[in-house]
Ligand binder design. Structure first.
Ligand SMILES: NC(=O)C1=CN([C@@H]2O[C@H](COP(=O)(O)OP(=O)(O)OC[C@H]3O[C@@H](n4cnc5c(N)ncnc54)[C@H](O)[C@@H]3O)[C@@H](O)[C@H]2O)C=CC1
Ligand SMILES: CC(C)CC(=O)C(=O)O
Ligand SMILES: [Mg+2]
Length: 358
């Protein structure tokens, strides 16, 4: 029996998670999966109910689970809360408390969505990039941090810090994953300016010696941001720190048609994981039934693959997504002329049906 904790969160979170659960139900029926679901509060919803974006009860449930299916957190309603009580801090604490240091963000262009990509079809067709982002260190966690008064004005400060062991373990994850695909890793840094990434580059280069088949390259993050939209197919696996990976993956999302198409897995050393779309709570479209649930549904596929070791179920979910795209179904964010615009619920139901009929 596998235990999955469901944390819908805020904004479009509950809407897209509902659709992933619909797909999970179809997967259970088709594959006879033995899964126990638990539910919890996180983010703004938890702030409202318990005054804490990551209540102790939710963290306990998360520790007990084999995997977590997560929606999204945050929104303007909670932006003025005391800093540690804001939804985003709850998610950071959850990632850190569970040791989910390896964030895998695959940016794949489905051929059916070539017209929805921001780039010309010839530049993106066949795109299949994996961004491996370090998730529990770097400038999102470094101390000291804060906003203070100094010399009669306010000063904001954060600390960009990585230990050698943190760099080594994320490099190994990237190399191991690259061995299963194109065997090319591009490490993204800003080593020309930031000492922490100068060391990052050195450590990644040293770790690569254990992987003689891997072709390792290095790129400064500013150039990487440009190359991603100039010639994205030059990349196979990108490995980078928390901040750069956050930004580059949102950029890569647009190559696939929409941020609503980008799933993710956040894994610990033992491949216990939290699975969530790369996007946020999209307050601008929340409650309208128009959010794209496919990133969350494909995050469920990643959950099957990495935490439940059910690659067959993952493949079937991904095939069901392809099938509905073949049928021409599109939520508003990926809609192009000639396709059929559907709601969040219609998209989820279509994927569940395609999966059931396998
Ligand atoms: N992991 C998480 O839960 C994350 C939470 N956030 C939080 O989410 C809130 C909103 O942040 P934003 O910067 O606006 O980023 P966002 O990713 O929520 O939205 C950016 C844009 O993408 C669109 N979008 C996002 N997901 C979509 C989907 N599934 N289907 C269709 N369109 C979609 C939104 O409508 C918006 O126009 C903030 O409070 C932020 O801190 C942001 C990123 C990650
Ligand atoms: C804490 C989140 C708001 C960070 C984020 O944007 C992300 O993980 O993609
Ligand atoms: Mg982000």
């Amino acid at each position: 029996m596998s235990r999955i904790l469901v944390l819908p969160g805020d904004g479009i979170g509950p809407e897209i998670v509902d659709e992933a659960l619909r797909v999970l139900e179809a997967a259970q029926a088709r594959f006879g999966l033995d899964i126990e679901l638990d539910h919890g509060l996180v983010g703004g919803a938890a702030c409202d109910a318990e005054g804490d974006p990551l209540p102790e009860g939710t963290l306990e449930k998360a520790r007990a689970a084999d995997a977590i299916l997560f929606g999204s957190i945050g929104g303007p309603k909670w932006d003025k809360l005391e800093r540690d009580k804001r939804p985003e801090r709850g998610l950071l604490r959850l990632r850190s408390s569970l040791g989910l240091f390896a964030n895998l963000r695959p940016a794949i262009l489905f051929p059916q969505l070539a017209g929805a990509s921001s780039l010309k079809p010839e530049v993106v067709s066949g795109l299949d990039i994996l961004i491996v982002r370090e998730l529990t260190g770097g400038i999102y966690f470094g101390q000291p941090r804060g906003i203070k008064e100094e010399n009669g004005e306010r000063v904001g400060f954060n600390t960009y810090v990585y230990t050698e062991s943190e760099m080594k373990r994320i490099a190994r994850v990237a190399f191991d994953l690259a061995m299963q695909r194109g065997k090319r890793v591009c490490s993204v840094d800003k080593a020309n300016v930031l000492e922490v990434t100068e060391l990052w580059k050195e450590v990644v280069t040293e770790e690569a010696k254990a992987y003689p088949e891997i072709e390792l390259s290095h790129m400064y993050v500013d150039n990487a941001a440009m190359q991603l939209v100039r010639a994205p197919k030059q990349f196979d696996v990108i490995v980078t720190g928390n901040l750069f990976g956050d930004i580059l993956s949102d950029e890569a999302a647009m190559l696939t048609g929409s941020i609503g198409m980008l799933p993710s897995a956040s894994l610990d050393e033992n491949r216990k994981g939290l699975y969530e779309p790369c996007h946020g709570s999209a307050p601008d479209i929340a409650g309208q039934g128009i959010a794209n649930p496919l990133a969350t549904i494909m995050s469920l596929a990643m959950l099957m693959r990495y935490s439940l070791q059910r690659g067959d179920v993952a493949d079937a979910i991904e095939a069901a997504v392809e099938k509905v795209l073949d049928q021409g179904l599109r939520t508003a964010d990926i809609h192009t002329e000639g396709s059929r615009k559907v709601s969040t619920g219609e998209m989820g139901a279509a994927v569940a049906e395609a999966l059931a009929n396998g």
